[in-house]
Design a protein around this ligand. Structure first.
Ligand SMILES: [Zn+2]
Ligand SMILES: [Zn+2]
Length: 369
């Protein structure tokens, strides 16, 4: 009897932990605690947990979808029936990436909407489809690319490009090309300052550039067909890449340089030019812990976003830039969260991309809340 009470308290504690927490130290403690709790859920408690989650969904607790993602990451628990229950109970958006666990039955439900009563009200269902694993879902996008449906005009991007929401695209042969690596490592990044006279300047805001140091092995583990033989020092501006300017750089004579021809040369606001400079290198610590590629997909319930590979934490819309040379979408290979590296800075997430075709073009972009 005593044990059973303990077990139920695991469920209560878990559910209660999916609340926004402001204090960073506290968030890290909660994150570690949850991981321990997931390991302690006995199999015979799965039904009770399922029931408890249904109650939360019925009570419109939207935070609970972050728990659903963690169930896929840390346990053997299937969430497909909960996805269906969510669709039936709430007419609100659910994280699309949870549909990677969708069954045939759930897919059928999605497909029946597109073929029968498709309307503006259920447009959001389209964001779930690229996550479905079946051949049927894949072929639907190929078909839509060849013959766009008449409601295609109502979308802000062509329907076949919705696949980018799930991190893939249809290439020129209508094959699936992944835009991120399913291999993923948790990252710790060191910021090593040095004197500003040694550093090169951002061509837009004229502040010092930061350099991310990458080893050939780190890139080779994540990017298919990577050809780097020596260390790469990847320059980027921590503020210009926060807005539309981006930080595009290319490898030339074994050195990476900011590509001033291809970056957006709009007017950089004065406040950026006056902002304090960060001068130094960012170095990846070599000790690495493997993590599930979707670990950091939800934005707020995860506090260690920094990772090599894996699926990006999109704070705004997915944003895979096209390579300015070959026009192919660039491949996401790592990210770090600003507050994990510079404690007194903003709370943005930096995304790093590489063109897998040209193999010499990098792009750095920051998203923020
Ligand atoms: Zn700049
Ligand atoms: Zn390219």
């Amino acid at each position: 009897m005593k044990n059973m009470n303990n077990d139920i308290s695991i469920i209560e504690e878990l559910i209660a932990s999916y609340q926004p927490i402001n204090d960073r130290e506290k968030r890290l403690t909660v994150e570690e605690r949850r991981e321990q709790l997931f390991k302690r859920i006995p199999t015979d408690l799965y039904a009770k947990l399922n029931q408890a989650i249904r109650q939360e969904i019925s009570a419109s607790n939207f935070n609970i979808q972050e728990l659903l993602n963690d169930l896929l990451i840390f346990t053997e628990i299937k969430i497909d029936d909960l996805l269906l229950f969510w669709l039936e109970t709430l007419d609100s958006n659910l994280y699309g990436f949870l549909f990677r666990d969708a069954s045939d039955e759930t897919e059928d439900k999605l497909f029946s909407v597109f073929s029968s009563n498709f309307s503006d009200e259920n447009l959001y269902l389209l964001e779930y489809l690229p996550w479905c694993k079946s051949q049927r879902a894949f072929e639907q996008f190929v078909e839509w690319k060849k013959n766009p449906p008449n409601w295609n005009k109502r979308l802000h991007i062509p329907i076949h490009q919705y696949t980018e929401i799930a991190g893939w695209e249809l290439d020129e042969y209508n094959q699936k090309r992944l835009l991120f690596s399913p291999i993923c490592y948790e990252l710790d990044i060191d910021y090593r300052r040095f004197s500003s006279s040694e550093n090169s300047k951002c061509p837009l805001c004229l502040r010092s550039l930061l350099h991310l140091q990458l080893t050939p092995t780190a890139i080779a583990e994540i990017v298919p067909g990577s050809l780097f033989k020596s260390h790469v020092q990847l320059p980027f501006c921590n503020l210009c890449c926060r807005f539309n300017f981006g930080s595009l750089s290319l490898l030339k004579d074994e050195k990476v340089k900011i590509d001033t021809r291809n970056i957006y040369k709009g007017e950089v606001p004065d406040w950026i030019k006056k902002e304090k400079e960060l001068v130094g290198n960012l170095v990846l610590k070599t000790e690495r812990k493997v993590r599930n590629p979707y670990f950091a997909a939800p934005m707020w319930s995860k506090y260690k976003h920094s990772q090599l590979g894996g699926f990006p934490t999109w704070i705004q819309n997915p944003d895979y830039l096209r390579c300015p040379t070959c026009n192919q979408k660039m491949f996401f290979f790592m990210q770090f969260q600003e507050e994990e590296v510079f404690s007194d800075q903003y709370d943005g997430t930096f995304h790093f991309f590489l063109c897998t075709k040209c193999k010499d073009r990098f792009y750095v972009k920051q998203q923020f809340t």
